[in-house]
Each structure stands twice: as C-alpha cells, then as structure tokens.
Design a protein around this ligand. Sequence first.
Ligand code: GSH
Length: 230
Amino acid sequence: MPKYLLVSFKTCPWVQRAAIVLREKNTPFEFRHIDRDNRPDWFLAISPHKKVPVLRIDDKVSLFESNAINEYLDETIAPRLHPDDPVERAINRAWTDYVPTFSEQVTGQAYADDEAAYKASIEKIPVAFERLERALEKQGAGPLFNGAKYSLVDAAYAPFLQRYFYLDRIKPIGLIGKYPRLKAWADTLMKRPSTHSFPEAEFEALYRVNVKLRKKYLSQFIADQAVAAE
Ligand SMILES: N[C@@H](CCC(=O)N[C@@H](CS)C(=O)NCC(=O)O)C(=O)O
C-alpha cells in the first residue's frame, strides 16, 4: 500500500473531508499539522495555492484540492464510495460541487464583522438548508445521502454541518430543526466515528478559541479560555 501523508491545519474543514475518506477506507496515513502562520518551505514547495490539504503519496506525488484528493482516493482504494450508476454519480458530484457555497452560506457568520453582517449572514442559512432538504427528499430514506451506503457527499458535508452545530452552540440559531431530513442526516454524520479527527470536546474547544481569536462579531459570545489556538 502506498504511504500517505496528509498535510493539515488542525481545524481545517477541507482537510477533515480528506481525512474522513481515508478513515472510511481504513487506510493508514500520517497526519501532519503545520502552523498556518508559519508554513514551512517544504510545504510551500508542494502546495501550488499554499493551502491545505495536500496529500503526499510515497514522498513523490503531491495532490491538492480536497475534492480532487477524494476523487483520487475513491478511484484507487476500495471500497468505492461513489455510486455505480453514472446518473447517481453525476448527482452526487453535483451536490459535492455545492459544498463551497453551502459552507459560505451556513458558516459565513463566523467571519461577520458586526451584528448587521451577522444577521445578513444568518439569513442565507435557510436557502442552503432548504436546498439540501429537497435533495435529501429526492435521494430517499437516509440515513446517509445515498441511503445505507456512505458516499463522498457525506464526507464533503460532514465538516461544515459540524461547524454549524458549533456555531449554534456559540450563539443559538435554531434553524436546522426545521429541516427534518437534513437534521437526521447531520446527526448521523456527527455520530459516525470517521467524521472526527480529534476527541470531540477538545476539537470544539479549539474551534471556539479560533473564533474568539478572530475578533469578529461572534467572538464576544465565547468566554475566555486558557487553550492555545492552532
Ligand atoms: N478549495 C480548497 C480549499 C482549501 C482551503 O481553503 N484551505 C485553507 C485552510 S482551511 C487554507 O489552506 N488557507 C490558507 C490560505 O488561504 O492561505 C480545497 O477544497 O482543498
């Protein structure tokens, strides 16, 4: 089996997405967390956009962009997470393409400078939630996006649904309960061991410290904590 190195910032959701797929495929990998503010030269040499994740394979090849990494992993390591049916696969890919927009609509509030920007950001959440609710309705009975079988769509959304829950616990939003299919899907993903790269309470605390240190509108709702940010 090839040697995999996943280069990461500890709280990066895009890295988490690739780590989830490696875990779903029971594939051992080295998880190397680097400092966002002091990216080492070896990393800058292998990451064209200077971003994480980078998946280094056998110390020879470096893949970047979480979606491309996950497609590669799915093509090369069993079990296949994409559906066999080409139409279903296209639908899965289309919903995975929506993830960057979903992320901005659902977790953009974490970057709002003031109350007005926060409120404007919160107003985008129902748009994203409604779209996913309709998609899940079409997909069928759950509990995962494609039913019983885990998919790349599940891996793509899990980190962002997790962050929505974190933000909802910083300043309650209470929206997801209005979307029963989405809520059930999100709950299933949160319970799945592969979603989590770190002990859950520790990771949520780290996320909160990062939001606090960002000095945005939401920061005031987080109590001071003696935890160093990563
Ligand atoms: N589209 C990229 C997004 C990756 C990304 O934005 N990573 C962030 C960390 S969560 C990053 O490396 N940011 C550093 C920067 O923008 O300079 C992917 O899916 O891999």
